[in-house]
Design a binder for this molecule. Structure first.
Ligand code: BEZ
Length: 389
């Protein structure tokens, strides 16, 4: 078939113009990834490990995600909910990112999710566990590669009751993540015959634990259930032991309490936690992941590294399906929903609300490790209360 003269002229002009364009413009455009995570404050270690996990996956794939080169835009969200709308808006409007990846703190994540919703932005959440994010705030544009607080804490309620504990004091930072951890623990514990005799909170990110520990000693419960994480958890474990409580009142929690903070010291030994990751998992993917992470960062990975790695894997699946054309949002979302990720945590799929369905492990601190004890809740899905999608 011969081309009409006008089309031939256009084709010649287009070819000529292409020759004049710089090579970078001609290459497939890069995917712009906005990392909004804490790099300072009590959750800095978590933000860094999520970033490392994400970048490890990219490096393992030749610096690309689903065939597209990656350009990073990074914001330290300081785990400060008040700064979150501004931080998220800057990444979307100023940096024009194709996807937001964040964050750790549930209060920040909820503000971020609202900005993402208002701007129709794709958001991958590699940590924050508030139920609302895959509950009432759920959205086709939001994916979580981590957990809800309910998954680990409800499981721990059942585990502690099965171990014969009858009374518990709960103690946490009083914000969404801590409050939901405690509610879920209570739900599981009391349904199995236990009783929460006192619920105590202190504001995030305060770490003046002493007066609360004195009260716990006086109450003499069978156990304490606590959510703290990062730098705050490290200090809490040390203070709990220093107050002489460790030998008398066993400490339990969701795995964040002992994740990424173990230095082998006596303070944390024997603490039992529940989480979707553990040391000593018997799967080939985890072994390869841990070796590669250690080589790249000269440090052992933790659950936060895994969640960052899986966020990158999930995004890669979406980008591969649209050959990097992020304007094909519907196709991209469909590919992410159907992705079968090989996660270091073991088997994982995504629920209809875009939250991981995975095993919850019981772990016990031994040396510097959160040693896997058993699978406490196989293939556990969050109830996704309030999600209409
Ligand atoms: C949260 O705020 O959702 C959170 C923070 C640290 C560890 C786990 C959850």
């Amino acid at each position: 078939m011969t081309m009409p003269r006008s089309s031939r002229l256009l084709a010649v002009l287009a070819a000529g113009a292409a020759l004049l364009l710089p090579a970078a413009t001609l290459a497939a455009s890069k995917v712009r990834v906005g990392l909004m995570l804490p790099y300072t404050g009590t959750y800095a270690g978590l933000g860094n490990n999520i970033t490392n996990g994400f970048k490890l996956f990219v490096e393992e794939n030749g610096g690309k995600l689903g065939g597209s080169e990656v350009e990073y835009f990074t914001v330290d969200d300081e785990s400060d909910p008040a700064k979150a709308p501004d931080n998220a808006s800057k990444l979307i409007k100023r940096d024009k990112v194709d996807v937001l990846v964040g964050t750790v703190h549930s209060g920040v994540a909820m503000a971020m999710a609202k900005v993402a919703r208002d701007n129709n932005s794709l958001l991958i959440n590699p940590n924050a566990g508030a139920a609302e994010l895959t509950g009432a705030l759920c959205s086709p544009n939001h994916f979580r590669t981590s957990f809800t607080m309910w998954q680990s804490s409800h499981t721990m309620g059942k585990v502690a009751a099965a171990q014969g504990k009858k009374t518990a004091v709960t103690f946490t930072w009083g914000y969404a993540a801590g409050n939901e951890a405690v509610e879920a623990f209570k739900e599981g514990f009391e349904a199995a015959g236990g009783k929460v005799v006192k619920a105590m909170t202190l504001p995030f990110p305060q770490v003046e634990f002493q007066s609360y520990l004195t009260e716990i000693a006086a109450l003499k419960p069978d156990m304490v259930f606590s959510f703290f994480s990062g730098g705050g958890a490290r200090k809490y474990l040390a203070d709990y032991a220093a107050a002489g409580l460790k030998a008398k009142i066993p400490l339990y929690g969701p795995g964040f309490l002992t994740e990424g903070v173990l230095d082998g010291s006596e303070a944390a030994q024997g603490v039992q936690t529940t989480l979707h990751y553990a040391d000593g998992l018997d799967n080939a993917k985890d072994k390869a992941f841990r070796a590669a992470y250690l080589k790249a960062f000269k440090a052992e990975p933790d659950v936060f590294s895994v969640q960052g790695y899986d966020a990158a894997q999930l995004l890669a699946a979406g980008l591969a399906a649209v050959k990097g054309d992020t304007s094909k949002r519907k196709e991209m979302i469909a590919a992410m929903e159907g992705a079968r990720l090989e996660s270091p945590r073991g088997k994982m799929s995504l629920s209809k609300a875009h939250n991981p369905v995975n095993d919850i492990y019981l772990r016990k601190v031994e040396g510097k490790l959160n040693k896997m004890v058993n699978v406490a809740a196989p293939a556990l899905a969050d109830p996704a209360r309030g999600c209409k999608m």
